[in-house]
Design a protein around this ligand. Structure first.
Ligand code: 4AD
Ligand code: MG
Length: 492
């Protein structure tokens, strides 16, 4: 469908042209002497209003009830000026062909339905205005992401999905294992047939059902699972929580690189900001420090936001009207206003001086919670530098107790980006691994990067669905990805 709102003069320049429209019927209004069919093909938000009268070829499909909401159609017609107030032009139908009928049980009728309801219809929700618009804006953000990094000389890297290292060390990895067939047994549903303990972990002490050597994603990291999962890869393997460590290896050869791919976390957070499977964008900058990292994060965010404001006007107007009033102005601020830069200490002071009572009290040294992030970002976009020593790879500051790390917080969503300068000095890194009781041997390759031509380098990770959430105004992250994976939700 031609995005008529994006055409000069709302499509009036196309008057008299013969066009073919292929799409799905959104609504059908049969009046005494004229019938309106609104068709959408997903290319833009606007429907094409198609007008028929009883003598139009194919009108029998209206009379016989062949065509209804949800049906797929092929329509040929002529662009004419519209009598209606909603659009300047419409299609005067010359010929209608119903390609696929739609059963009357089609659940997405004209009346508005809740996004909670639509989550149970993830296969049909892209046929709604909201999810059509979200899909197009998500696509535009992905395109702009590649465009930004490519224009700035970054090389895109595919980081592995299956890995043996835990980048974040938070024990949130899904374990990947193979179950080998037991002789003479079969199980219809391998997953449901797996014996589990009372607290839902795999009970490895009991006999496993037979599975034909398929990979099985089998739950949170636990020591029992680790021992059992070493048959295929020769060691415990997991779904990656972050491609950062792999990105570091390439950044110390190709200079600036970025990953853009799926990552997985088995955190049992049933929140509106957490998914078990989400896409992460992870640039890694060689010969760079924390300042460079923050500058890159800011420039990236401004670039992609600017891109959708310019290229997704119709969809952004839709979000501004129906999903989150004022979202467009808020996004303009991202491009036009400076980011507030706070140190962790300043953030703690701000929170302690506020009149708000928080569920989690704030003391210097605590990890900021969502409620704190939300408070800090009520007005501004914030970059803040961390005090506490967090992940093992973060570079120690000279004071010996703080690290060169930052988070970017944005209104409504909270943490959008987490990044840091990496520890490039071998002795410091070894010490950190020891302090955290991490197995140095298993990081031999990571330590090698510090042995052979180490350089200062820095990077960040941005949760792509949080970006989609931020850009569209959606309140739940499960609506920012086509098929959300979260605790208790893995259908479709
Ligand atoms: O802050 P995180 O855990 O940082 C890392 O993984 C680093 N290795 C990144 C790096 O420096 N290359 O995660 C980065 C971002 C978060 O800021 C958040 O936007 C997103 O990933 N994120 C999630 N998004 C959705 N669901 C979850 N469960 C998420 N966990 C993190
Ligand atoms: Mg983080």
């Amino acid at each position: 469908i031609v995005d008529i709102k994006a055409e000069p003069d709302d499509g009036l320049n196309k008057l008299g042209e013969t066009v073919v429209v292929r799409g799905w019927v959104r609504t059908l209004r049969v009046q005494s002497n004229v019938t309106f069919i609104e068709v959408n093909d997903g290319s833009c938000l606007s429907n094409m209003q198609c007008v028929m009268s009883y003598d139009t070829e194919g009108y029998d499909q209206v009379e016989n009830g062949v065509i209804s909401t949800g049906a797929s159609v092929w329509i040929q017609g002529t662009i004419v000026a519209s009598q209606g107030s909603k659009q300047k032009v419409e299609l005067k139908v010359d010929k209608l062909v119903t390609i696929g009928k739609s059963d009357t049980s089609f659940p997405i009728q004209k009346k508005r339905v809740s996004r909670e309801f639509l989550r149970t219809k993830a296969h049909l929700r892209p046929r709604t205005n909201t999810f059509g618009a979200v899909s197009r804006v998500r696509n535009a953000l992905a395109f702009a992401t590649h465009k930004f990094f490519q224009e700035n000389g970054f090389i895109w890297l595919s980081s592995p999905i299956i890995t043996a290292s835990d980048c974040e060390g938070a024990g949130e990895q899904f374990c990947v294992t193979t179950l080998l067939p037991n002789s003479g047994e079969s199980a219809e549903s391998p997953v449901s047939a797996i014996p589990t303990t009372k607290d839902g972990l795999i009970d490895w002490s009991r006999k496993m059902p037979s599975v034909n050597s398929q990979f099985l994603v089998c739950g949170r990291l636990n020591t029992t699972a680790m021992r059992m999962s070493d048959d295929f890869f020769g060691k415990p393997a997991f779904l990656t929580v972050s491609g950062q460590l792999n990105a570091e290896t390439y950044a110390t050869a190709l200079s600036d690189v970025y990953t853009f791919g799926p990552t997985f976390r088995a955190e049992n957070s049933n929140t509106s900001r957490h998914l078990a499977e989400f896409w992460m964008i992870e640039p890694e900058l060689a010969f760079a420090d924390l300042e460079d990292d923050m500058a890159c994060a800011t420039a990236y965010l401004q670039y992609v936001v600017q891109h959708i404001l310019e290229n997704c006007k119709e969809d952004m107007d839709f979000f501004n009207t129906w999903i989150e009033k004022g979202i467009i102005n808020r996004l303009r601020d991202v491009v036009e206003k400076n980011f507030v830069q706070l140190t962790y200490t300043e953030a703690v002071e701000l929170l302690r001086n506020s009149k708000r009572t928080f569920e989690f009290p704030v003391t210097w040294g605590c990890d900021l919670q969502s409620e704190h992030e939300r408070y800090i970002t009520e007005e501004a976009f914030v970059l803040y530098e961390y005090q506490e020593i967090k992940a093992f790879y973060m570079r120690q500051n000279d004071d010996g107790k703080t690290v060169a790390a930052m988070d970017m917080l944005v209104p409504r969503v909270g943490e959008l980006i987490g990044g840091s300068q990496r520890e490039e000095r071998l002795p410091y890194l070894e010490q950190r691994l020891d302090d955290l009781k991490l197995n140095k041997e298993s990081y031999w390759w990571y330590l090698d990067l510090r042995r052979y031509g180490s350089v200062p380098h820095a990077g960040f990770g941005l949760g792509f669905e949080r970006l989609v959430q931020f850009a569209t105004g959606l309140d739940n992250i499960r609506d920012a990805i086509p098929f959300p994976r979260a605790p208790g939700s893995a259908e479709f």
